[in-house]
Structures are given as C-alpha cells and as structure tokens.
Write a protein that binds this ligand. Structure first.
Ligand code: XIL
Length: 745
C-alpha cells in the first residue's frame, strides 16, 4: 500500500503540509477512507487495461467502483441487430466482483458509438421504440443484480440546453428519455438509474436545462435516481464552486443523487508545476463538494492514469487530466483528494461551500476576469482572448433618464478582461462612424476609453483618447496600451502596485466609451458604460464589480461597488389595454435589454437588426406598470414555452418569488400568483404593456428584487438570445441574479 511520489517542489508542500514527511508518501488508499454505498471512488477502463499490472493494482487498491469506458456502449454490446456480445463487459464485471467494486453501466442510450445498422437504419418510430426496448431489457436484464447504477440516457441536451437532435430524438421526440428509464426499470427494478451529461456541473444554461429535465421526469413519476455530471473540465476555467454547490443542493431537493461521473481536468501544453497545482485545486474543489454533500456520492475519474486517457486524441494540445501520471505516480491532484477524505475520516473536515452571490448582498452579477495562461503581448490579436468573457457597453449614461443606446453604427462596442498575476488585461472593441480627438481644452469631451478601478478606498481613473496612450495618473501602476491603426481595438495592461496577485480578488470596476461626433470645439453626445448610472464614474460612483476567478472560490463578502439598481417613477392614468402614449412615460427611466445571458462567453447582444429592445417601468399605488418595445426580424411563438419569443418578468419580495412569462401576442401565462396581472401586446408584436399588482400597501419608496428578459428564437428550434438588464448565467428563473428595482419617493 505504498506509492512512490516524486517531489514536485514547494507548491505541492502546500497541499500536503501534514501528509508529506519526505519524498516518499504512504497515504491510505482512497477506497479505505470511505464506506462504499456512502462514497464511491470510481474509474473508467477497458478490459485491455487490466493486462497492465500497474493499472489493475492501482484500480483495485484505490477504487471501489468501475465504469466501462466503452465496452458497454451499444456498438460493443449489439454490433449486429439482435446479436449481443457481452464477453468484454463481462470481464469488467467479474473484475469488479472479485475486488468488491460497484459497477456503473455506461451508457444505454446515446447518440454516438452506435453500430452502423442502428445509426443508418432509418427505422420507423415504432421500430426505434422496439429496438430501444429490446436493447435495454436485454442488457439490463443480463446484468441484473450485478450492475447497480446505469447511465440510462447520456448527453440528451445540446450546449444551449435544448434537446440535442439525436437519432432518438428525431424518431421519438423528447419522450424517448422517459421511455428509456421505464424500460431499464422494468428490467431491473433495483438498479439506480441516471441521466448523465457534460457541462452541467454549475449553473450554465445547459446545467439549468438538465435540472429542469430531471425535475420534470421526477414529477412525472419516471424512475430516475440520480443526475450524473461528467466533469470533463479544463484547468483554468472551472465552473464556480458556489454554483456547483447550489446545483447539488437543488438536485438534492428533488430527492436525487448528484454524481461526478467522468472527471478529468485537462491541461493545455506542458504539465508545469503551476498547472498541476491549479489542477489539484480544482480536484480539491470537487472532492470537497463530494465530501460535503451526502447526495454527491460518486467521484469517478475517466481513467486512472494519463497513460491511457482519451484526452490527447479528442482535445488537440491537451493532456494530463487524471490523478496519476503516465508512470502511475500520484499527482498533486491525487494528494489533494486524498487529503480531503482523510480529513473527513478523521473528523477534521470543516469545509463549507462558499456562499452564492445572492447571499453576499449582490444584486448585479459581477464582471468576470479569467486568468490568462501567460502574460500577454498587446498587439490586437484576438486569439489570446479566447478564455475571456465579452461584455457590451450597454448603457448610455449621458442622456439623462434615457439610458438606451444610440444606433450601433453610430457608437457601440464590447470589452473583455483577463489577468495574470497582478496585471489586469483589457480589450475594448469599438465601432464608431466618426472619431474626434481634437478637443484640447476639455479632454474628456473627446472619443476615449476610460477605465475606473476601485481598490478598497482608493480609486483610479485612467483615460486614453483614441489612438493615444493612457494619460498620466496619480494611481500607482504600470500602464500600457495598444490601439489598432483604425481605432477599433484597444488593448491595455494595468499592473497596480497595491497588490501582487489579483487571483480571488474583487475590485470595483467600470469602463466607459465616449463619443463626440461634432468636432473639437464640441462635446460628447454619448458615454457608454456596462452598468446604468448617471455618468459619475469619474467620481468613483456607479461602479460594477470585477471578480478575478482564480479557482472561482472567492466572492468577497464586502461589496466593492454600490448596489446597481434600476428606477421606477410614479405614473398616472396608465392603462395597459389602451394605446401607448409616449407622453405618459416622459419622466420614466428608459433602459435597454443589454446582456445576452444565453451566451456565457460573449454576453453582448446580437445586432440591433436581429433583436433590439428597451423597457420602462412605473408605478401607482401597489401596481407595477411597464412597457417593452421590441424590434425583431423573426418571431417564433410555437414550441417549448421558454424557447419562444417572449418577455419574462421576475419578481422577488421577501422569500416569495414569481416568474411571469408573456409569449409575443399573448397574455401572461398562468402561474400561481394570486395578485392581478395582465399583459397586452400590440398587433405587430413590437410593443408590450403590462400591469402587476404587488402584495404591498404601496410601492412608493420601496424596492424589490427584479429582472426582465427578452427572449428571441429565430430558427424555430431554440432561442438564440435572452437579453437581460445585467450580466449573468440565465438563472433569474430560479430567483437568482436579480437586480434591484427602486420605486422613487
Ligand atoms: C469516450 C471514451 O473515453 C473514448 O475512448 C471513446 O473513443 C469515445 O468516448 N462522454 C461520455 C463518454 O459519456 O462515454 C466518452 O467516452 C467521453 C465523453
């Protein structure tokens, strides 16, 4: 029970502190740290791997669960129609039985690794159903009592959270999922049945769709017991721990288990000490979640050793995803996981999940700055920004209560942030029909980009006119920039002296794009920011926040920016059923639908021709009134309700949360909200007017948690955009990532 460990230097010592006495480690094997049934450590493998003595020894020593990596897939089990070949899979089951391991069958229904006869069979609906039933009942029947868990349906969702148009979906519609579970249950009523998918760990739209899917199955009485999330992660870009924790919790509330089923964490290029340490931190995150939540009882890695991993052949340039290297040396990842469960076994595990943002008083999702792989050269090349999230310049703070944007050809843009060490990198893309930089007297009236940073009590304003370096500032920092020849791209690097490392930090932040179209003696007509406000960035007000994601575990408890909120003014005599009267709304704040939360990597909205919208709200007594203007090239109102063109309104008062949805042309859909509510669209779908009575005496002076979203489906299949007032993960429907709406006094 002894394994050799090569010394990997100082970083490792941090993880090991108590465990590592010398370069040789004797750690208690994982499986001995836990009780089976309560915690599984699993590995995927193929029969050929068992010939490798080091492999089978490591497997038997460390793991109490195995998953056939390929040999229970359809192509192996039923290569010809009606002819089943179980020999390889049987060998794995025998090995498991001999070593007292639980078997997880993988995977009954999937869209790839199917035999040709099935993939190209062009079967009728009834034939496909029969084929599926025969396969499932034969396979599950063959392993009845021997395979305790089954991945029944694998990867039924596409990356936006719609149904993947697989051979099964095309033949049977979404119903194939419930059917597969029913067939499996009939064949072995004691087997635990799982829906398995990837990129469903945290709170992405796809993770939310997976949640909705299993919730619906459960509510329909379909025999489902767990959701598996594959966790094929990339070092440096893991989902937030707080989000995974919330996901596990909501799955738990459904009475389901939550499994990590195919863990690996691939590294791009060399497995440097730093990369291995980052990887160990991510492994530690999942291990802690698994140790903390009793329903997160599977920690299964997709292989054991990097020697046989699927990664290099599937992800060009990536490797080193597992806990053991090619020589079966335990990597820092292994030690980190082992330490978590060793602590737990000794009653020393005192980790608790980080609070979700909602609990830290935030009402506006922060801007994310991910870590860059290396220090960057400022040269305008977009390739180096592939890990960054792009955000729009969303609000024009320069025209009083109208915060909507000018035409995009007049001035528009987006920005992204990354960091490395203590350097903040930024990229601003700017589209402008006329560039003016000749105003010498009032420099701020020129076309420029301004960056605002709040470090604790210190505040920095850093301005660069288009084509020029950042002007001198008292702020203690190294500042560099690059402009493209045509002024359309700015890249900058700001290295503040206050800190040596941005990882895990939260800073106050803002960035502004100023536009003067008249000339050197004139003034700006627009200054665009990512947040609403009153053009007070230069005073250190109206900030957003930026999170430096590190291992995504840190959300500062302390707000570094004011709570950004939207405003409602009183309105008199409004009737949602009467024609729109602009004069009634003259004193209302006018806001754009600003962020496309359906695209986590680029939250900028589509072009204004494709979709464009604005909203205004007002109040009288206890009734909230609103108007939405919508400009859309294609209107889709059929299909799943949430995939239609619609407006959704989210309101949370105290603990009570309610979601309203109005599909274009229709009143609000039924919900359990007792108060009066009404939505009315114009004939052509360009205008929505609504009224919602809220459960308070009067709204004056109060504020509520709220959001509003404009959804757009252009292809009849699924939405391409859902625009919100703020950035986020499209989780408003869960009562999260809402903004504040204040009713004036
Ligand atoms: C992979 C195997 O590891 C490869 O050997 C094979 O060539 C393709 O499939 N999600 C799943 C697994 O559910 O079945 C996949 O396994 C990896 C992604």
């Amino acid at each position: 029970m002894r394994m050799q460990l090569r010394k990997r230097g100082l970083v490792q010592a941090l993880v090991l502190s108590t465990l590592l006495a010398s370069t040789t480690l004797s750690a208690t094997p994982l499986r001995e740290l836990v009780k089976p049934q309560q915690q599984y450590f699993g590995a995927a493998l193929e029969t050929r791997h068992l010939q490798d003595k080091q492999f089978s020894e490591t497997l038997a020593r460390e793991f109490n669960q195995l998953t056939p990596e390929n040999e229970m897939k359809w192509g192996y089990l039923q290569p010809e129609r009606g002819k089943f070949t179980f020999d390889k899979a049987d060998q794995l089951v025998e090995f498991a039985q001999k070593h007292n391991m639980t078997v997880r069958g993988h995977a009954l229904v999937w869209h790839i690794q199917n035999p040709d006869w099935l993939a190209n069979g062009n079967f009728s609906k009834q034939e496909m159903l029969d084929i599926m039933q025969q396969h499932i009942s034969t396979v599950v029947g063959h392993y009845k009592g021997k395979v305790k868990y089954w991945d029944v349906v694998n990867e039924a969702l596409d990356d936006n959270g719609g149904f993947r148009k697989t051979l099964w979906y095309k033949a049977l519609g979404e119903d194939y999922i419930a059917k597969a579970f029913e067939f499996a249950h009939q064949a072995d009523p004691d087997a635990k049945l799982v829906y398995n998918d990837y990129a469903t760990e945290g709170k992405s739209p796809k993770a939310n769709a997976a949640y909705r899917l299993v919730k619906k199955l459960k509510e329909q009485g379909v025999p489902i017991h767990a959701i598996g999330t594959q966790a094929h992660l990339v070092v440096g870009t893991s989902p937030r721990v707080a989000d995974i924790a919330t996901n596990i919790e909501r799955i738990k509330e459904l009475g389901l288990e939550f499994h990590f089923t195919e863990i690996d964490m691939r590294i791009k290029g060399e497995a440097s000490e730093r990369a291995l340490q980052q990887q160990a931190d991510m492994y530690q995150d999942l291990a802690q979640l698994s140790a903390y939540f009793d329903n997160a009882n599977f920690f299964t890695t997709w292989g054991i050793t990097d020697k046989y991993s699927w990664i290099p052949s599937w992800f060009n340039g990536y490797d080193h995803g597992l806990m053991f290297d090619k020589q079966y040396q335990a990597k820092p990842a292994y030690l980190a996981v082992n330490k978590v469960f060793a602590d737990k076994a000794q009653g020393k595990f005192d980790w608790t999940p980080p609070a979700p943002m909602a609990d830290s008083g935030r009402r506006f999702e922060a801007f994310i700055s991910n870590q860059a792989e290396q220090h960057m050269t400022l040269d305008g090349d977009i390739a180096k920004w592939n890990k960054a999230v792009f955000y729009p310049f969303a609000y024009n703070q320069l025209s009083g209560q109208d915060l909507t944007l000018p035409a995009e050809s007049n001035i528009s843009g987006r920005f992204a942030l990354l960091y490395k060490g203590n350097t903040l990198y930024g990229r601003v893309e700017r589209r402008d029909d006329k560039t003016v930089i000749g105003n010498k007297e009032q420099v701020w009236e020129n076309d420029s980009v301004e960056v605002f940073l709040g470090f604790g009590d210190e505040f920095a304003q850093i301005r660069a006119l288009v084509g020029q370096p950042f002007a001198d500032t008292p702020f203690q920092a190294d500042i560099k920039n690059y402009w493209s020849e045509d002024g359309s791209v700015l890249e900058f690097a700001i290295t503040p002296k206050q800190t040596t490392e941005l990882a895990g930090a939260t800073l106050g932040f803002n960035v502004a794009l100023a536009d003067n179209d008249e000339g050197p003696t004139s003034t700006r007509h627009a200054q665009l920011y990512p947040v609403p406000g009153t053009n007070n960035g230069w005073q250190g007000h109206d900030f957003g926040e930026v999170f430096f994601t590190a291992q995504n575990r840190e959300i500062s408890e302390k707000l570094t920016a004011q709570v950004v909120s939207f405003k409602a003014e009183p309105i008199e005599g409004f009737d949602p059923l009467a024609p729109f009267q602009a004069s009634q709304w003259a004193s209302a704040y006018h806001y754009p639908f600003a962020y496309n939360q359906l695209n986590p990597a680029d939250q900028t909205p589509p072009s204004q021709n494709n979709l464009n919208g604005t909203w205004r709200v007002g109040y009288s007594g206890n009734t909230l009134y609103g108007v939405v203007h919508r400009h859309d090239d294609v209107t889709v109102t059929s299909g799943d309700d949430w995939q239609t063109d619609n407006v959704e309104i989210f309101i949370k008062i105290g603990e009570k949360f309610v979601q309203f949805r109005s599909i274009v042309g229709q009143d609000f859909q039924e919900n359990d909200y007792p108060g009066k509510h009404l939505a009315k669209w114009s004939e052509d779908g360009s205008l929505l007017q609504f009224a919602i009575e809220l459960p308070v005496d009067e709204l004056k002076g109060k504020s509520i948690d709220w959001s509003i979203a404009l959804a757009d489906n252009d292809d009849g299949e699924s939405r391409s955009a859902q625009l919100y007032p703020a950035p986020g993960n499209n989780t408003a429907y869960l009562g999260e990532q809402l903004t504040r709406l204040s009713f004036s006094k």
